[in-house]
Design a protein around this ligand. Structure first.
Ligand SMILES: Nc1ncnc2c1ncn2[C@@H]1O[C@H](COP(=O)(O)OP(=O)(O)O)[C@@H](O)[C@H]1O
Ligand SMILES: [Mg+2]
Length: 207
């Protein structure tokens, strides 16, 4: 399975979710290749420091992504691609290669509207690939214990894209990279974060 994390905006949780997904898949005994497609390469250091059996490649050139992913697909159970912010040709390349694309977005209705540009790009890719990649929005940094407002649900409905349960705003998520850990390795103070993240991982890998 090839997973892509993309969105038009930065700071929405692409890297946080991509790194956790890769770590979670290794916990499920799957072989995983992680492609850091963001030239800022913030995921790469985190992945290296986790010391998990995750093969890491840093490729931000769109042509190279297209060729390399096709080649690598036979070498692992799963490929996780952490995309850059923006609707660049790199983001397009990810959408042309992934089986599933996830669009993390901020917690407000404005963030959701901003994500509509990425949804439009996704639709383009789906047109040329007989419905692939599958796509879903991931609301991140939610207040009120992760509950989604009715407005959020309505807006996602209008965009015609599934909405996953999402993540609350939590210090543990913000601290994980600095501690070179994932939230389920951070002990008792991160139990709620761990529970939320694992719930999200289940939804992302389902079906
Ligand atoms: N649910 C969350 N709660 C608190 N902080 C978060 C959460 N998700 C992400 N962050 C923090 O927000 C910042 C941006 O997240 P990141 O995953 O790097 O986003 P992106 O890759 O989309 O730019 C990081 O400092 C990260 O630790
Ligand atoms: Mg990032």
């Amino acid at each position: 399975m090839i997973y892509g994390l993309t969105n038009s905006k930065g700071g929405v949780g692409k890297t946080t979710i991509a790194v956790h997904l890769a770590a979670w898949l290794t916990k499920k005994k799957r072989t995983v290749i992680f492609i850091d497609a963001d030239p800022q390469s913030s995921a790469s250091q985190w992945i290296r420091e986790l010391n998990l059996p995750i093969a890491l490649e840093e490729i931000s050139d769109p042509e190279k992504i297209i060729h390399r992913v096709a080649k690598l697909a036979a070498d692992a159970n799963d490929i996780v691609i952490d995309g850059p912010a923006g609707l660049s040709t790199t983001t397009r390349a990810i959408m042309l290669r992934a089986d599933k694309v996830f669009l993390p977005c901020g917690p407000s209705i404005l963030d959701l509207r901003a994500a509509s540009k990425a949804v439009a790009l996704l639709r383009e890719a789906q047109k040329s690939r007989k419905g692939l990649p599958k796509g879903a929005l991931i609301p991140n940094k939610l207040q009120k214990r992760g509950r989604l407002s009715r407005e959020m649900l309505g807006a996602a409905n209008k965009l015609g894209i599934p909405l996953l349960s999402g993540l609350s705003q939590r210090q543990s998520f913000a601290d994980a990279a600095g501690q070179a850990k994932v939230v389920w390795g951070m002990g008792a103070t991160s139990l709620l974060a761990s529970h939320e993240m694992q719930q999200l991982m289940k939804e992302m890998t389902r079906g």
